[in-house]
Design a protein around this ligand. Structure first.
Ligand code: 5GP
Ligand code: ZN
Length: 115
């Protein structure tokens, strides 16, 4: 837990969020500024700042984030229409919260390439 980290505080419950899923290792909540009809953020409970900080022991955890995304895509009704998973890393990608998070975006056609 990083006291100054927004998503650590959401994980701890000290900042409210509209939850979509929780388990022992991950939490998923709806983005406060959704860019698509479905826009959920999936985060590990444990603080990891960015993809660039990942190590070999984090491999299973990152796989789990993807499985949670798959589960939520089904539950939120975008599995068949399609969806995108995005992890921004660093300034050029526009990462604005330094706690690794996977965006699940769907419910409308998404342009490619993004931004
Ligand atoms: P990034 O730009 O770092 O990839 O994504 C950060 C995301 O967090 C943005 O889509 C932003 O809207 C979302 N966000 C920022 N603050 C909050 C908050 O307090 N609650 C929720 N639910 N989402 C947030
Ligand atoms: Zn954190």
């Amino acid at each position: 837990m990083e006291e100054t980290c927004l998503f650590c505080r959401i994980v701890a419950g000290s900042i409210p969020a509209r939850l979509a899923h929780e388990d022992d290792e991950t939490l998923a909540f709806h983005d406060i500024d959704p860019r698509a009809p479905v826009h959920v953020l999936i985060v590990p409970r444990r603080h990891i700042a960015a993809v660039d900080r990942l190590g070999e022991p984090d491999a299973a955890l990152m796989g789990k984030l993807m499985l949670v995304a798959r589960h939520l895509a089904r539950e939120l009704g975008v599995a068949d229409s399609g969806y995108r998973l995005v992890i921004n890393n660093g300034a050029d990608a526009g990462q604005s919260v330094d706690h690794i998070h996977m965006h699940l975006l769907g419910g409308r056609p998404l342009k490619w390439p993004p931004g």
